[in-house]
Ligand binder design. Structure first.
Ligand code: ADP
Ligand code: MG
Ligand code: MG
Length: 844
């Protein structure tokens, strides 16, 4: 018979998947002997069964009753007792943490009889129960309660809360403790599927079928007066990774007050003054937890009458900078190995470190200061609600979401915004926690900020801004500036270099970059690129001083005219290549010959300068340019174009070799090959032309970006020294999706509707496109065992796709310069995973 409930002191094999993150943390702390109130956990299995049946599975009710009786024994109190009853919290907690996304109800088990004439904290607890229960179980709008709250007159507040409950539901507030418990458990199960929880999961790639566990925990009371309180703390600073406790404390309060940002909490120092013994025990416990988990912890605690209780522990969410610093420090402290340090950094999160900062030389006036809740700077149009943020953000506008305080319902706006500013709440408020996780700049608790939501204006110490006006925030300093300020990219610090240095020792995949200019090439080398995997030549055709010549070439009525235009383009191309070869100093450079259809270089028909041009534009018109005269097809129809490019490449290589002594490793790449014969002819053309220019080493290869090329890779390999998977076009052609006609249209619908889980243009479609790649690898190698293999599509910088490329046995991945560090780390994690060290990203 299935078992659905475990006491906190009962060991299980199910782990986090079964008990949820909160449940496993409570169980482990209990078993370690850390002070935790007693309780039990209803498993995620029960939640999944509930979701399937729409009701409690058989036996669950009885099991809960059994564990409740045991809890009554331990507590020495009875649930539902009219005097001094056992009270519990009913808490959500999935395997993967989704902070604030699901529901928790405190003080379950209290009713009129038990509360009447009780101490202040009992009345306070009762009004909280009616409020939380009303909001989560019966979905009563929160404002009804917050509007009616009067902390000075709790009996009156309870009366009005009960009236609100009755008005909104048509029933009196339930007095039966078991009924409260049953409905609270259901509500927590159901909170798994609220739209905001679904949105959060989609944004964070969390599967929809995990379900949440429910933790039923004996209440401890932080709202019992001055010797009580509640707080949250980190074992290290989650913004910087600096060692030392970091947290906030609120005297005479229950837990939710801290997170909700209702009262602005005080630093932990105050707890030390007020409750020195509990504080000392708290310090010792934090140290033990960090040693046990060998990672930075984020904990929730409550002190009741001077006695400490821990209510939650988890690996702390942290900024990328903090993740790196903590990892490096923990290696120094002997807490973890280098491999573990590398496995622990979320590659996607490194992006944060590449976020802009305010130019230190910029002059600007600070209108106000708030808490520096999440680093990075951002400028954008002020918006006051999440829907507007999403709307304007989708149109490509940079927006700053300005709120009194954010709630989980604002998630979609936070995703769309460049930065977040709030008037209220601390470093652990919703806005701060979520922004850090997303790697977005956030200034929280900016007290000088006042909002007039009807007029859609905000004011900061007398400066007023209307919706749509520009605001700049610096989440690293907490500064808020009216207007725009120059931002600059950040530099990479020592911890970053250290961890990536370790990663480099562990990875097998090489990491190259996609770069079309010497500047990009130089930037990418700073980030650790080991070559260029894709240098596209069409941009060189687009520059102002070249486009007229390119047009002349396209307009030419015969080969001679075309050749004369190409002769004039050649020196430009050559000098571009020289710049790139020099920047890469002897590292391999893959140059792709001209790929786009020629009409891309001509103006739209209405801008044609004469009738002849208009006719040519019409003649070149294609109804499906993606599948038209482009890539090697162009090279075969107009061989003189590729000939010119090959000449320019070889001349540049010779010039750079002679000038610097560093011969570049040139790889000439032919795009869009589908047939062996295409590449056979183009290879011949390449070699003949190169031979005329002189003696340098180079390779000739092809992009693999058509399904046919994958299938016939054995034949194509006869003529190729290397393959580079062009997974952008390969995805388009394998899926039959034109990217331009998919994104924002049916693909967006597919993703929203769950037809597809991921955007295949961002995350490689491993089972479809990936299988074609596997075929190409196998067949290509069957002809040429040591053929060089790489990937140059955008997937080359996406961590899970990098891991897939590792598994396929490619030689390198190539990605945009800013993604190079991320690819280095992802490649190391792939190698570690192969060796059995799983990546456990604990960051955002
Ligand atoms: P969340 O996942 O939103 O943090 P929690 O289940 O952790 O929700 O609970 C919300 C708040 O209530 C937290 O501050 C927590 O510490 C507090 N809390 C939960 N259970 C208890 C309890 N048994 N006694 C006292 N406070 C509790
Ligand atoms: Mg919590
Ligand atoms: Mg392509």
């Amino acid at each position: 018979m299935a078992r659905y409930v475990y006491d906190l002191d009962e060991p299980t094999d199910g782990g986090r998947e079964l008990l949820g993150g909160k449940g496993i943390g409570l169980a482990e702390m209990t078993q370690l002997g850390v002070p935790v109130p007693a309780g039990f956990t209803i498993t995620t299995d029960a939640c999944r069964a509930y979701m399937e049946l729409g009701d409690f599975p058989e036996g669950l009710g009885e099991e809960v009753d059994e564990h409740l009786s045991r809890l009554e024994e331990t507590a020495g109190k009875r649930f539902g007792d009219p005097e001094d009853p056992l009270l519990v919290s009913v808490r959500s907690g999935a395997a993967i943490s989704m902070p604030g996304m699901m529901d928790t109800i405190l003080n379950v088990g209290l009713n009129d009889e038990a509360a009447s004439g009780g101490e202040r904290f009992v009345l306070d607890s009762y009004r909280r129960l009616i409020q939380m229960y009303g909001e989560t179980v019966d979905r009563i709008d929160a404002h009804f309660f917050s509007d009616a709250l009067d902390e000075e007159d709790l009996p009156a507040t309870i009366d009005s809360f009960k009236r609100i409950y009755q008005d909104q539901t048509g029933r009196p507030f339930p007095q039966d403790a078991k009924e409260q418990l049953g409905r609270a458990v259901r509500a927590v199960f159901e909170s798994w599927n609220t739209p905001r929880a679904q949105r959060y999961r989609r944004h964070n790639d969390i599967p929809d079928d995990l379900g949440t566990a429910v933790n039923v925990v004996q209440m401890v009371f932080g709202n019992k007066g001055e010797r009580s309180g509640t707080g949250v703390a980190f074992t290290r600073d989650p913004s910087t990774g600096e060692q030392g406790l970091y947290g906030e404390f609120l005297a005479d309060a229950q837990g939710e007050d801290v997170v909700a940002g209702i009262r602005t909490p005080e630093p932990l120092e105050r707890m030390k003054e007020r409750l020195p013994e509990a504080y000392q025990e708290f310090l010792d416990t934090m140290r033990r937890l960090e040693e046990h988990y060998r990672d930075m912890q984020d904990i929730e605690f409550t002190v009741e009458d001077g006695k400490l209780f821990l209510l939650q522990t988890r690996s702390a969410k942290r900024t990328a900078a903090a993740a790196l610093k903590a990892a490096v420090d923990m290696v120094d402290e002997g807490l973890i190995s280098r491999e573990e340090a590398v496995a622990r950094i979320d590659p996607g999160q490194l992006d944060q470190l590449l976020h802009p900062r305010i130019d230190p030389d910029a002059a600007y006036d600070v209108a106000a200061k708030g808490l520096n809740a999440s680093p990075g700077a951002a400028s954008g149009a002020v918006v006051f609600d999440a829907d507007t943020a999403e709307l304007r953000g989708k149109e490509g506008e940079a927006v700053i979401l300005v709120r009194w305080e954010t709630t989980p319902d604002d998630i979609h706006g936070m995703i769309a915004a460049q930065g977040i500013l709030t008037a209220h709440g601390g470093m652990t408020s919703h806005a701060a926690v979520v922004a850090r996780g997303m790697g977005k700049p956030c200034v929280a608790g900016c007290e000088a900020l006042s909002l007039d939501l009807d007029a859609k204006t905000m004011s900061l110490n007398g400066t007023t801004l209307k919706e749509g006006e520009t605001l700049t925030i610096d989440g690293g300093t907490g500064e808020v500036i009216a207007g725009e300020v120059t931002l600059i990219p950040p530099d990479i610090n020592e911890d970053f270099e250290t961890v990536l240095g370790w990663a480099d020792e562990l990875r097998r995949l090489k990491v190259r970059t996609n770069a079309d200019t010497p500047e990009d090439a130089a930037k990418a080398r700073e980030f650790g690129a080991e070559g260029i995997g894709l240098c596209r030549t069409e941009h060189m055709f687009m520059a102002d001083d070249r486009l007229p010549v390119v047009r002349e070439m396209i307009m030419a009525s015969n080969e001679d005219e075309r050749r004369s235009a190409l002769d004039r383009l050649l020196p430009h191309q050559q000098s571009d290549f020289e710049g790139i070869f020099e920047a890469m100093a002897g590292l391999p450079v893959t140059i792709r010959l001209l790929d786009p259809p020629l009409h891309e270089f001509l103006p739209p028909p209405e801008e044609a300068t004469d009738a002849r041009m208009r006719a040519r534009i019409r003649a070149l018109h294609e109804s499906n340019p993606m599948l038209g005269t482009r890539g090697c097809r162009l090279g075969l129809m107009f061989p003189e174009i590729y000939e010119m490019q090959v000449r320019a490449i070889i001349r540049a290589a010779i010039a750079v070799r002679d000038r610097t002594g560093d011969p570049p490793l040139v790889e000439i790449m032919h795009p869009l090959v589908g047939f062996e014969e295409e590449l056979r002819r183009l290879r011949e053309l390449t070699i003949e032309t190169a031979d005329e220019e002189g003696d340098v080493e180079y390779l000739v290869g092809t992009m693999i970006e058509l399904p046919r090329a994958c299938i016939r890779a054995d034949e194509i390999a006869e003529h190729a020294d290397f393959f580079s998977f062009g997974t952008n076009d390969l995805t388009q052609t394998a899926l039959g999706f034109s990217r331009d006609d998919a994104e924002g249209k049916f693909l967006t619908h597919y993703l929203q509707d769950g037809v597809l889980e991921r955007n295949p243009f961002e995350t490689l479609d491993q089972s479809g496109v990936g299988d074609l790649m596997a075929i190409a690898v196998e067949r290509g190698r069957s002809t040429k065992p040591d053929i060089k293999l790489g990937i140059c599509g955008e997937h080359g910088g996406e961590p899970s796709s990098v891991a897939f490329c590792h598994t396929l046995g490619l030689d390198y991945v190539s990605c945009s310069p800013y993604r190079v560090p991320l690819a280095r780390l992802a490649a190391a994690q792939a190698a570690l995973a192969e060796a059995g060290v799983e990546a456990v990203a604990v960051g955002g």
